[in-house]
Design a protein around this ligand. Structure first.
Ligand code: SF4
Length: 352
């Protein structure tokens, strides 16, 4: 920002308790924070002048010392299937992407939590681009603010948020936690916990604490039923082995009828055999885990291929026969490189 705004305290990204504490320094009541929250996250206000139910005095104080950060999408691409991909330029010139997936009654936004990703999974375009930095809670929620405002203009509502864009959310727990608090708050986005999904590559020590703190859905990238294969595909397996990851998944407390999701990207000739499916069904036997099977989306220079439809069906049937609930996910937004594992870091831009 060139308007000197960077020195002002950014109210976007603060949780409701943080905002209450912040306003109490000026002797302001707690409900003022709730009003501000509504203006920022429900009415999409970008300045204080429009906040007509705040006193003139408070609006003056806020305008003098605070700001509400925000950035529009630098680029919007719309897929033939209605999926929308947004490229956001952050204030320091870095860029991240988010994907909005319309599906019957749902409007699901897949958001990023880091610029790039340090985990270098072998099938992921984000990992190939390397890691730049963690995103702030303001930057994380701004992706939802942009999508929610865009949806409101066509009288639609953001219904689901998944942390499945760029980055590993459990390597950025403080900022991701703040963002989850804002998404779940009835004065913020008011999205229920079961409609917010945090997807992790299996950062074992952070999984249970997050699940205990927030009633969100947890998804874990599994991608292999053998330690050696998983270590090849996901180097993080050397630090947090599959056995520990599955044990952590089994410990996650769940409300009745809910399950932890295991994401499994099928790579032709690598992890899509009948033996792999059998091993996976044994691994999850008796656990409240459902499997989300995703056909690999190849990208240029990718060493892997998409599986044959026959292999996907065989894999699915073996899991189902083993008593494992299995969903085969439709590929969305592949024509605009918005499908799973296709988000990449864009080149750095100049600050506007
Ligand atoms: S799949 Fe997820 S955890 Fe792995 S490199 Fe890509 S963004 Fe990171």
């Amino acid at each position: 920002m060139t308007d000197g705004g960077a020195e002002r305290t950014d109210l976007k990204g603060m949780t409701l308790p943080e905002l209450e504490e912040f306003l109490s320094r000026w002797g302001k009541e707690r409900y003022r924070a709730r009003q501000l929250f509504r203006w920022i996250y429900q009415k999409h206000a970008g300045d204080f002048a429009s906040m007509t139910d705040l006193s003139k005095e408070l609006r003056g104080i806020l305008a003098a010392s605070c700001r509400i950060s925000g950035f529009p999408a630098e680029r919007v691409e719309i897929s033939a299937d209605g999926t929308e991909k947004y490229l956001f330029r952050l204030e320091d010139g870095e860029a991240v992407e988010s994907v909005l997936i319309p599906d019957e009654g749902r409007r699901t936004l897949c958001i990023s939590s880091q610029v790039g990703c340090p985990l270098l999974c072998g099938f992921c375009a984000t990992g190939e681009s390397g890691f730049r930095r963690n995103m702030t809670s303001a930057e994380i929620v701004q992706q939802a603010c942009f999508a929610a405002k865009r949806l409101a203009e066509r009288e639609e509502r953001l219904s689901n948020v998944v942390f499945m864009g760029m980055g590993e959310p459990l390597l950025n727990v403080p900022e991701v936690s703040r963002a989850i608090g804002i998404l779940l708050s009835q004065f913020g986005f008011g999205i229920s916990g079961k409609r917010v999904t945090v997807s992790t590559a299996g950062i074992v020590p952070e999984m249970l604490p997050l699940a205990l703190r927030y009633p969100v859905s947890i998804a874990v990238s599994i991608n292999a039923a053998r330690e050696d294969l998983r270590s090849n595909l996901m180097p993080v397996n050397r630090k947090y082995p599959l056995k520990e990851v599955v044990a952590a998944m089994r410990r996650i407390p769940l409300q009745s009828g809910r399950k932890v999701t295991a994401e499994y990207v099928l790579l032709a000739g690598v992890n899509d055999s009948a033996e792999d499916a059998l091993a996976l069904s044994r691994l999850f036997r008796g656990a409240r885990i459902k499997v989300n099977l995703i056909s690999y989306n190849p990208h240029e220079a990718s060493p892997h291929r998409a599986p044959e439809a026959e292999a996907v069906n065989r894999f699915r049937n073996i899991l189902v026969a083993g008593g494992v609930q299995t969903i085969t996910r439709e590929r969305r937004g592949a024509d605009i490189r918005a499908a799973c594992g296709q988000l990449r870091i864009a080149p750095r831009g100049n600050k506007s």
